[in-house]
Write a protein that binds this ligand. Sequence first.
Ligand code: PLP
Length: 358
Amino acid sequence: MIYLDYQATTPLAPEAREAMLPWLGGPDTTGFANPHSPHRPGRAAAAAVAVARDEVAALLPPGGQVIFTGSATEALNLAIFGSGAKRLAVSAIEHAAVLDTARAVDPGVTILPVNGDGVLDGETPIRGVDLVAVMQVNNEIGTVQPIAELAQAARRAGALFVCDAVQGAGKLAAPADADMIALSAHKLYGPKGIGALWLRDGLSLAPLIHGGGQEHGLRSGTLSPALCAGFGVAARLARERMDADAAHVRALWQAARSRLSRWTLNGSADARWHGNLNLRLDGLDVGRLMSDVRDVAFSAGSACASGSGRPSHVLTAIGLNADQAKSSIRLGFGRYTELQKLEDACARIEAATAAQGV
Ligand code: PLP
């Protein structure tokens, strides 16, 4: 199997896995201790959580605190609901974790458009709202947004700015000037089941989850030291390898792009994370392609999270019609993708599309 779905999730880095093992514990160890317990094993677990928190914080701007959550979806819900904002604006290409949460708070949410390249204008007018949410890197087409300009415009308009940095964290420099930033461990070679919200110092939120008062009272519930330790090591590796990882995916992207040169690229070629290649070919039957190339794990570019069969709102927002959206695929690759395997996968995809006569 050749795994080309790095936007859905990434492999767990071996170093992160190694760091998690002692904290999974077992009857003959104390690594399972509750990090909120005051005894020695509890304090050791708390220390592991503290180290992990510092590693995650090092990926983010100074002047804020990291609140661990169960996922980025939870972090975004905490940011949006917890802020108390009533009038919202979000980009047209946000993930459902932002779009649906924003609609739940403000059914009349303002949708900020993107251009045909899948990029927002940094000068998009922002007024009459309390909170703006724009993602750093889009999960479907990989485009990178002008976050600093938009965050500054939101501030001038008296609105909070939330950035979903799930696809950018650990890959690009942290988004500048945001008030809150959400990230997820499993998109940066860490474990599933843990995310984080970075909250600028001086801001306060109302909790969504009440209970034992963990995470400064903002997210009650016992933390998993194993998940935190895995997240921390993954964050440190991402920081250390940021340039090497970026150079690797750029080389992979160029190789795949030239192998699939007759396909049309969805989204900007430049303002993007190059670990994402979303392509379309007129007349392609993506379902058939996926079944013919079963030993390559990739995604249908048109897939809607709910599996409703509706064309992707992201591809629609960049101006594709339903047929174009439904003839798109997404190849996602990263740190552990080998060039030879990617080229192999591209060759199989090309052969299968040729067999379709498209
Ligand atoms: N935001 C973006 C851009 C994503 O790609 C995803 C996951 O696909 C999420 C949010 C949700 O992340 P999580 O799986 O941690 O809830």
